[in-house]
Ligand binder design. Structure first.
Ligand code: ATP
Ligand code: MG
Ligand code: ZN
Length: 451
């Protein structure tokens, strides 16, 4: 690490990023405004319920928010949406603070039994020691047993005025209905990619680490909408970085992603109807030790991006797609070269193929078969395939003579045919004439009016 970041380097070793950057106020909880806004409103108007239920996927801020709510309730200025941060209670309940005896966190995974619930019931009647409220945060609430919930029922129904409950869980349906109906339920959501990207970028800057911006979408994707997972991945990349910071090639390798250039290669080969190039790419994937499933998933992701791009030409500038600046041109060209119908069809084939790949004994074979299918729109007569063929014809019309095109029968290709891996009578259909034409980014994308 560079000398100036030695100190952050040390701190990093002590504390995982997801703990170091735990939000301390609702304002710092990202991407959950649909939850934090009404909560802040309730706090400022003083309409406080006695029980809350925070549900949602892993690592999206439930436990953090439960602690923030407790902090907001017990601040000397509270209940307030903006805890002062300096009173005894706020200091104790800060993310790095020692905690307060009036805010009791119970991990139901290990303390969800009926005895624990009875124990809680007895203690709950004692007034808070220092704070305004006595607050129970019951984390992983889905792990509370049926009898445990029953033992709590009375208390949650008619709690003494000093008592508050905050249940946090990934599985709200496992919280018995009689309790759930007594709570205000706030459903958290997966972190939106754009929000996660912003957060990771901020954290890397705060840590003073150099990084290739192309790494960010990779990390965000690998985190799959969980802020905690995303930050853990970032931690790992940081740990493996040297003076040059976080590099794209290393991130790709570590996260097991397919290098963008390999995806470019195969997408271009599909667009060109160049079977040889497609199977060369597949071979390189396997030779490179990549998992066929992973490659197919990455390919599907790429097609998805291209579909969005073909349908919404300004998707990148409007933030609908997260594409590093140096990739914009290449992707835009790919989208217009392939056309919407062909892209959609390819995505459908790969998506269906991915389902079949689950547990398959020869995923490579399936990968190759699905590539062959994508290569041969002529083999199918469904609507999408026909549209894909039409697109190819249209885009090739400038180079090709029309009369030939009107004939329904298969015809010889104009350029030498690349190797065809699958023999199929229908395969002899026109091999993408447009594909042989030089790439023309200015070419309009396929007719998006198609459903
Ligand atoms: N909405 C968010 N905004 C910013 N950071 C977040 C957010 N959600 C989670 N994090 C990060 O992830 C870490 C873990 O979050 P938290 O413990 O609140 O998740 P959780 O929803 O309770 O997850 P789990 O269901 O696994 O218990 C936080 O310390 C923080 O670094
Ligand atoms: Mg939690
Ligand atoms: Zn305070």
């Amino acid at each position: 690490m560079a000398e100036d970041s030695e100190e952050t380097g040390r701190t990093r070793q002590n504390l995982a990023l997801y703990r170091k950057y735990r939000p301390a106020t609702f304002a710092e909880v990202r991407g959950q405004e649909h939850v934090t806004q009404p909560l802040r409103q309730a706090l400022s108007s003083g309409r406080i319920n006695h029980a809350y239920l925070f549900s949602g996927p892993r690592g999206c801020g439930k436990t953090s928010s439960a602690r923030i709510l407790a902090r907001s309730l017990n601040c000397v200025n509270g209940p307030t949406p903006d805890p002062c941060g300096v009173c005894d209670s706020c200091v104790a309940l800060a993310p790095s603070g020692p905690g307060s005896i009036d805010v009791i966190e119970i991990d139901a995974a290990s303390h969800g039994g009926v005895d624990d619930a009875r124990d809680l019931r007895e203690r709950a009647f004692y007034a808070p020691v220092a704070g305004r409220f006595k607050i129970y945060i019951i984390d992983e609430a889905h792990m509370v047993t049926q009898q445990g919930f029953n033992a709590l029922l009375k208390l949650v129904e008619e709690p003494p005025p000093h008592l508050k409950f905050i249940f946090a869980t990934t599985e709200p349906e496992k919280v018995i209905a009689t309790i759930r109906s007594r709570t205000h339920h706030y459903p958290f959501r997966l972190m939106p990619p754009s929000v996660m990207r912003e957060l990771t970028e901020e954290i890397l800057n705060a840590e003073g680490v150099k990084f290739d911006p192309a790494v960010l979408p990779l990390v965000v994707r690998a985190g799959a909408g969980s802020a905690r997972d995303t930050l853990s991945i970032l931690d790992q990349l940081l740990a493996g970085s040297d003076d040059s910071g976080i590099r794209y090639d290393r991130a790709v390798a570590l996260l097991g992603y397919t290098d963008a250039t390999l995806l470019d290669e195969i997408v271009d080969a599909f667009a060109a109807g160049d079977g040889a190039a497609v199977f060369r790419a597949v071979n390189r994937v396997i030779e490179g030790g990549h998992e066929p499933r992973r490659f197919a998933t990455d390919m599907l992701d790429r097609f998805r991006d291209l579909i969005v791009l073909a349908s919404v030409p300004d998707a990148i500038t409007t933030g609908l797609l997260d594409v590093p600046p140096d990739r914009v041109e290449a992707l835009t060209a790919q989208a217009s070269r392939s056309g919407l119908a062909a892209l959609t069809r390819a995505a459908e084939i790969i998506s269906a193929g991915l389902d079949q790949m689950r547990g398959a004994t020869s995923p490579r074979l399936l990968l190759e078969l699905m590539c062959a299918q994508v290569l041969l729109p002529a083999a199918a007569t469904d609507e999408r395939s026909l549209l894909a063929r039409l697109e190819r014809l249209e885009s090739g019309a400038v180079n090709q003579s029309y009369p030939e095109r009107t004939r329904p029968a298969p015809e010889p290709s104009v350029t030498p045919e690349p190797s065809r891996p699958v023999e199929d009578p229908a395969a002899a259909a026109p091999p993408a004439p447009g594909a042989q034409a030089p790439a023309d980014p200015a070419q309009p994308p396929a007719d998006p009016s198609r459903s």
